[in-house]
Design a protein. Sequence first.
Lengths: 293, 346, 301
Amino acid sequence: MKRAGFTTAWLPILLLVPQLIIIAVFFYWPAAHAIQSSFYLQDPFGFGSTFVGWENYTHLFSNSEYLRIAGFTVIFTILVTFLSLGLALLLAVKADKVIRGAHSYRTLLMWVYAVAPPVAGFIGLIMFDQSWGPLTEFAQMLGWDFTLGVTYFDTATAMVVVSVWKQVPVNFIFFLSGLQSIPKSVREAALIDNRSASGRFWDVTFPLLAPTAFFLLIINITYSLFDTFGVVDTLVKGEPGNNPMTLVYKVYVDGFRGNDLGGSSAQSVILMVLVLALTVFQFRMVERRIHYT
Amino acid sequence: MAQVTLSGIRKVYPNGFQALTTTSFDIPDGEFTVLVGPSGCGKSTLLRMVAGLEDITEGELRIGDRVVNDVDPADRDIAMVFQNYALYPHMTVRKNIAYGLKNRGTSAEDIAKKVAQASDMLGLDDYLDRKPSQLSGGQRQRVAMGRAIVRDPALFLFDEPLSNLDAKLRNQMRIEIKALQRRLGVTSIYVTHDQVEAMTMADRIIVMNGGKVEQIGTPAEVYHAPASTFVASFMGAPPMNLVPAHAVAGMVRFAKTSLAVETHTDGPVTMGIRPEDLIPDTSGPLPFDVQIIEELGAHRLLHGVVGDEKLTVHVGKDTDVGTGPVPLSVKPGAISLFHHETGTRL
Amino acid sequence: MSDISADTLATDRSSAPPKRRIKWSTVVDHSVLIVGSLFMLLPLVVLIQMSSVPDVEVIKTGPSLQIGDQLDDNFNKAMFQASGFSGENTGTSMLINSFILGIGFAVGKIIIGMMAAYAIVYFRLRFATLAFWIIFTTLLLPLEVRILPSYEVVQSLGMLNTYQGLIVPLIASATATFFFRQFFRSVPEELVEAARIDGAGPVKFFIDILVPLSQTMIAAMFIIMFVFGWNQYLWPTMITTDEDMFTLVRGIKQITQDLEGTNIPEYGRANLLAIIAIIPPVFVVIFFQSWFVKGLTESDK
């Protein structure tokens, strides 16, 4: 708060009320409700529900399908996060270096930020089309008989490719802005101190980018867990069947299609705990991370 | 140690802006040379070309016997102190100082010895394990110096290293840098926009303006015999008084007064007189009218007019003058004459 | 760098023979960037090519290098021909809904966020810290994890298939509030003091000084929020079942389903709808690039 703040009593309350009402109704109430119903078993026909304690949770953890989906989500998250971070870092370093065409490259590399995940998924469907998709043909050239939506592994590959394509731009923007905020003179000092370009990158540039990279790590994990819903839904064409899916997709499938409200709520709560853990981890690291200013 | 030779060096930026017109000069071995000029005069560009941070558009640059136009900065055997120090924020003071040595394959033992020496010389012993963010401006400045010293370079480059310090610290560091350079005897190029720094630190001053060299000379030469009206007004505070006058046969006429001067010019000229070369003198020929007196303790500045021309006069604290008419005389030989249009010294 | 010095040297060939050094590292840099740019751009090119040729051709050969003359026809189909049963979700209606969602979400979020941030930063309020934490906690849980109960709330409020039901629950997170709080805190303290000495009350100060001062921030937030709102998928999928309420992004699902099981899938129409869904947010991001990048990267602090 500002030291010379205003003292009017009614105005700030008036200003806060809209926000507080919205989050009370559409955030706290649903979140509490999710937690509550995760302990109940809903009658399939909607005639009330029974308290079952931790049963919904224990049921999940003994469910091999759920565990398989959790496993897939972990691998998917790791792949998407590291591939998109790596590609974006490479591109950002190069875009930061070149003088000619720097602006055009920047635009070309960031516009995909604005593409909605399901639209990205749709583009994936076209690119991986069974009979003539350019990427399918490319895979065939490499001797890989690519069948999207049929082979589990191939569908998973398509999900990763599309999700990375969609996520590179955000990482690129952050890395580039991180690179540009490194003082020019520090890089010049490094130029005098070290003749090897890769040495300069790993000794000076990369450590100075570390805070950005860490922030992006969290952003990318969250993205892979949640925002890829549209990609997954489009690529499996709304028919999960034998296809891979992520945990969020499973919440949706069970809750909406399967009408298993308790199980779906329990899954929601597990995801909430996951996100909270991530956030706490992030704050702990931010506290510890060196502020270079 | 090395001499630096610039032969026909020129710099044009890709957008067509010429930052430096064709320039040639030598910097003798072991000398402390200060490049001084207003911002945008090309002094930093010149320094950065010597460092290898800017491409040289044209001409040849030698450090010692070696042409270094295409040599990487790391291989030029130079050290540079930056305006904002450019310390590596994630490294401790020790690592900052050692980084350049490490990359040159110096043994750990030698590095430790050199770092210890430098930190001892600069009084950094207590700070070696701190990060730059935990240091004050003056301490960061010393670390930057330390980083330069341990490299034991052929050439020191300073890019306005004191401009981020407060006035008191600046004066102190000025003396320290000068003393250090004396002690190490390393050829140095020092860029600044502060004429006091230039005067006090330099063996030789190079005054620059608008991408070209205006004058090269010792501080005394530059001060007493400025090569142009630009140098006359840039060096010295308050600057040299510059007034339009008329030269005729060994005399210069100004405000209905004739002043003796050694010149062969006739016609309109710009006359320059340093404020301390104008002396209140009841029998003086110049009818000076004092309007404002600036009291500076050790001395005073009298601001006033002679006819329509404004003049500033520097007098000792004991000179008893008030506002109103104060006749002035001019110290013999203190008059500089410049071309009235080009501003070059006549 | 090398070609720059070579260019300027070229005018003076006589005095200094130009040495055009090809820096291989520069060549590598550009190659990497070009490959990266193509990786980003090619899918879009494929989509456009496909919608320029007759659908029959697409089924036979797939994407090719041929540019046909069907763009107009396909565009008309995309914009004015409805899919689905009700015949109400033409491209035009979905486009309008997308704009309502994008703009409504962005404006709502900015107004509510600025108001709350102003209250938290500029008032001596006993519950300021509590209010901040209540609001801040919402940053922790994305809508996706509480989607079912949120749906039930909207349902019980009778807001299914309404714009309010679509927009308001999405506003229930504090990103904008947090962003403006950070910005307001960086506004110099003296400004309030000066305004108070000049006799400006809290309302005047907000409208006359703080809002004009925040213009860039508001623009940046608007771009980010517009794109975010426009691109919403899961929530609109659940809340809107009436076809005349579909947004373009929501409609994508139906578009892909339309491609299934038809003899001659209308690739041209489908691709153009996808492209129309892409154009407005991409346009905003490209043309207001500097604001957008600023808003995005500064929200990280």
